[in-house]
Every structure is written in C-alpha cells, then in structure tokens.
Design a protein around this ligand. Structure first.
Ligand code: ADP
Ligand code: MG
Length: 565
C-alpha cells in the first residue's frame, strides 16, 4: 500500500498546537505518557493471551525498552505488547475520541493564566501527543500481535500525518522521537542522557509492573554481544514493586500520586489516597484515590476508568464496575485480590460473593475517609463536595445501607450563608425553638429558588431553608424523608404551618369573607389546579402555586416528561 496522508481531526490539531507551543512547563512527563501507554499495551496482551490463548502472540519476554541515540538525537520507547492494526492507528492516534473535547478547548482558550491551562490539559490527558513537547517529528511503528503486517505513522505535528504498511516490524509498538535541541532554560533537557532517563523513570514510572530497560545506542561500538546493556539480563530502571502491596511508611506520597496518574490519565495529584489491606480467608489489597477534579463525562454514559482489578499482581481489567457502587464511579485505583482466578470474567464477578464483600467494605472505607477529611481539612472536603457531591447524593437514593454515613458527609447550600454549604447536623443545631422540620426547596439555581414566592414567609420569619439545585435532590429528599427524627419538607409542598396557632386554613372568619372569591377562582382555573386556598406563607406576592404533599414537584414533573413518561 502506498503512503497515505491524512489530516488530523480539528480538535486533535488544536491540542497538538498546544503541545508544540507547550503550555505545560514540565516537559519530562512525555516519557511517563509513552511508558504508560507501553505498559497498558503489555497488560492488554497478557490479558488476551490468558483469555483466548492468543495463538500467534509472543508473550515470553514482555518488557519496555528505552533506546537513546545521542548522535542521531533520537529517543525510542518500545514495547512488545498488543500493538495496533492499520485501522487502529488511524482511529486511536489521529483523533481524540472524547465528546467533551470541544468544550475543553473552549475553556482552555478562555483560561488566561498558565496554571489553569496546565490543569485543564492535565484533566484531559493528552497522552501520546505530549511527545511533541520535546520532538519535532514522531514516528510510530507498530504491529498488532498475531497480525502479519505492521504500520508506520509519522507526523511533524503540523496538521497531517502519514500511514504506511511495513513488513518485518516486530510485535508491539515503538515510538521514536526526533528530539528538539536541548534547551535547559525552557525545561527541555537532553533526553538522550542515560542519567536523565533514569531519573525520569524512577520518578514517574517506578511502580510499572513491567521491566523498563535502557538501551544506550543500537549496536553501538564496544557492544560485543550486539544486544546493548539493555538486554534481558540488564537491571531494569524501575523497581516494579506494586505500591499497594507495600507498607505505608515505605511509600512516599509522590509515588502514590504517580500511580494515580497512570491509572486515571489525570495529570494532577489526587485529593486523597485511601488504603485498605484485608487479611483472612479472602485476602485483598486496595489503593484508592479521590481525584481533585470531576471529569467532563461524569454524568454521561460510558464514563470510564474507575478501579482496576489485579489478581496476585497481574492486571485483569480496567474499570471494574463491580468493585464500587455507581455513585462512587469517580474513585480511581487498584484492587488486588489473591484468590480470584486469572480467567475471571465480568459475568463471574457480578455473581461473586467475595466481590460483593469487597464492594461493601470499600464503600464504607471511602465514606469514612471523606468523613475524616471533613473533620481534619474542611477546605479539602469542600473541594471534594463541590466536584462530586452531585454524584455522591445518588447514593442517598440507591444505598439504604449506607444512608446515615452518606447523610453525615453530605452538605447543602442554604439560606444560612452564601459562602458555603451546611451539613444537616449544623442545620438542626440552628433550628429555631418550636421548629420541627428541616425545610428545603429545589430549583434550577440558588437565585431562582431565592426569588420563589414560597420563600417569603420563611424569610420573614428567619427560618433556614436548604436550597437544592442538583437534579438528584428531588429524588433523595423524598426517599430519605427524615434526618435524626426531623422530617425533610419541601416548602413548596402541602400545607405548612409556620405559626402554630394561626395556620393557613384555620382562620375561619377570613375564609368566609373570601369564600366567594375562592370559588370563583377555582372555577376559572378548574383545568389547571385542584384547589384555591388562603395562605399565610406569602408576605409580598399575591399568590403562589403549591403542590399537594404527595404530588410531584414541578421539577420532577419536567424530568419525567423529558423521559417521555
Ligand atoms: P490514552 O492512553 O489516555 O488512551 P494516549 O494518547 O496516550 O491516550 O493513547 C491513545 C491510544 O493509542 C491508547 O488508548 C491506545 O489505544 C493507543 N496506543 C498508544 N500507545 C500505544 C502502544 N504503545 N501500544 C498500543 N496502543 C497504543
Ligand atoms: Mg496514554
């Protein structure tokens, strides 16, 4: 097949421009990204061979090689993993398969300061393209395990790339960077220097479970066995120790954070690291991370990359949904179970009693970590809740077993303060004498709720109201019903008696006086409403709509209507 030239997808081109004119000051991380991809490719190959025997694949010496050539100024990262077919190279390397990209780029353009831009890029995980931070040309040669022909991809990062079919390519993938001249002032180091490579691998990729070997120069002089120092006998650059199996005091926070970045494809540090080592009849180790930022696709289907499952240090699957409930789907990490079969499938996992036990235990552990964070570091908790509160609240509906623990770590915007949310506990402590219930109102935004006529009487009497704006709020408030014996009541539902003795419908003299008017209004509005009554809940507005205590609120009605019900 002749060389074909393709254009990058628009978004991919924009990202490449960003890489080339790097907003990201720490350029060393390109190597972490390439090593991370190589490691993923080795994981996938081993998995495939475990599953289906992968007939033609060679799994005898799976490893990663980093080959530096100081004279030619090239650096090659090579793996003998799963590789890619011609079609896959075009699809995986030429495009960015993420629907949030357009929005992301928009945000990025609006982000004026470099720190924020870095953060945004980090969230996006530009992976392979980061090679263009240090290289002016990148060549990738790959052959998918079991396939005959290989594929070469080349680009200068300027809008187009080429694809060729090649013969004789070894199994797996090699990525060769044609390095830009070193420029230490701009964080551009000499990446052919062995010590620099050692330092970077040690710092970012030490925990990678495959050996990473350094090869000084292909067939260099004085290299009698032709294998280079990086041959299979050579000492790997990384220790390959599974962090989750090591004791806490042996591992630095930085090491944990690098593992998090590898798993999550996030470039930023996690907010919290959660460790769990279960011993006994069913042994497992878990290392979980709470990210500092919600991903773009948290609420869309196909959200991916949660917790990885390992069995005795062998990677089994990404995104093992069975290990945590859906409302903790943003948690990343590793669970390594000792007593599962390497062949374990999703179907088996779904029914496995031990996996259910792990899930229960991990859920409790994550919730208790959040609670601890709340007590020890209010600011960090606030970040957590801002990013993930809307998801965690789904648990109030779906996880009755942990409802109390969930209520304890939840917080809500309230009329008490504009600065930050309140917990239910703090709300109850502030309740006025004689106030029996916890009041809330749902709506699209804080402002629209505060402008609601339902709020008037509460404002006038200084009674605190929770202002709930997430779609899930309607549902959980109904399902949960009460907190510590206090009813949760919507101020928009049913009759609310704020004064005790003179409630809404009790003043009979007034009722009689207005009976004629009320009847007339009821007749006029018969199609739209059930009842017209006098109210004491308004202080400024002449009238407001109220739902029956058991009716759907308007927002829920809209939600069901949108769902076609
Ligand atoms: P990510 O790793 O976050 O998916 P990357 O830009 O790093 O994003 O890589 C894009 C995709 O290209 C990967 O998901 C993978 O499918 C493919 N890929 C990259 N490097 C390799 C490799 N060394 N071997 C096999 N596939 C690879
Ligand atoms: Mg990657």
């Amino acid at each position: 097949m002749p060389t074909e030239t393709f254009e990058f997808q628009v978004e991919a081109r924009q990202l490449l421009q960003l890489m080339i004119h790097s907003v990201y000051s720490n350029k060393d991380v390109f190597l972490r990204e390439l090593v991370s991809n190589a490691s993923d490719a080795l994981d996938k190959l081993r998995l495939e061979s475990l599953r289906d025997g992968a007939a033609d694949a060679d799994v005898s010496d799976l490893h990663i090689e980093i080959e530096a050539d100081g004279d030619a100024r090239t650096l090659t990262v090579r793996d003998n993993g799963i590789g890619m077919s011609y079609e896959e190279v075009g699809r995986l390397i030429g495009t960015i398969a993420n629907s949030g990209t357009a929005g992301f780029l928009q945000e990025l353009q609006e982000a004026k300061d470099a720190d924020r831009a870095e953060g945004l890029i980090g969230q996006f995980g530009v992976g392979f393209y980061s090679g263009f931070m240090v290289a002016d040309e990148v060549t990738l040669v790959t052959r998918r395990a079991g396939e005959k022909h290989g594929t070469r991809w080349t680009s200068r990062g300027e809008g187009t790339y080429t694809l060729d079919t090649v013969d004789g390519a070894p199994q797996g993938t090699s990525v060769t960077l044609h390095l830009k001249p070193a420029d230490p002032e701009n964080q551009l180091h000499d990446y052919t220097d062995e010590w620099k490579i050692r330092e970077i691998v040690k710092r970012y990729s030490d925990f990678i479970t495959w050996p990473i070997r350094f090869v000084p120069k292909p067939g260099g002089e004085g290299d009698s066995d032709g294998k280079g120092e990086g041959g299979s006998g050579a000492e790997p650059l990384n220790s390959m120790k599974a962090l989750w199996a090591r004791s806490r005091d042996e591992v630095s926070d930085d090491e944990y954070h690098e593992l998090y970045k590898h798993i999550s494809h996030d470039w930023r540090d996690p907010l919290e690291t959660v460790r769990l080592q279960a011993e006994g009849t069913f042994e497992y180790q878990a290392l979980l991370f709470l990210p500092a930022h919600a991903p773009h696709d948290l609420f869309t289907q196909g959200h991916q990359r949660g917790v990885q499952l390992y069995v005795k240090r062998v990677f089994i699957m990404d995104d093992c949904e069975e290990l945590l409930p859906p409302y903790l789907r943003f948690v990343k990490g590793v669970v390594d179970a000792a007593d599962l079969s390497l062949n374990v499938s999703r179907e088996i996992l779904q029914q496995d009693r031990h996996i259910r036990m792990i899930q229960r235990r991990l859920t409790k552990k994550v919730l208790s970590s959040v609670k601890e964070m709340m007590a020890k570091d209010a600011e960090r908790y606030a970040t957590f809740w801002r990013e993930f509160g809307a998801v965690v609240k789904e648990g109030l509906v779906t996880d009755a077993e942990n409802r109390d623990a969930l209520l304890a770590v939840s917080s809500f915007a309230s009329t008490h303060s504009e600065d930050g949310p309140t917990t239910l506990k703090a709300y109850v402590e502030r309740m006025q004498d004689g106030q029996e219930d916890i009041y809330y109102l749902t709506g699209d935004s804080r402002q629209s709720i505060e402008n609601s006529p339902h709020m008037e009487a509460f404002r006038a009497k200084g009674i605190e109201v929770l202002l709930l704006t997430d779609p899930v709020d309607e549902v959980w408030a109904d399902t949960v019903g009460e907190y510590e014996g206090k009813r949760l009541r919507s101020v928009a539902k049913g009759e609310i008696d704020l004064d005790g003795e003179e409630g809404e419908s009790t003043d009979s003299a007034q009722s009689q006086e207005y009976a004629g008017l009320l009847d007339w209004m009821k007749e006029q509005l018969a199609e739209d409403i059930k009842e017209v009554r006098l109210s004491s809940r308004l202080t400024v507005s002449p009238a407001c709509l109220v739902s029956d205590a058991n009716d759907l609120t308007p927002a829920l009605e809209n939600m069901y209507r949108a769902m076609g019900q």
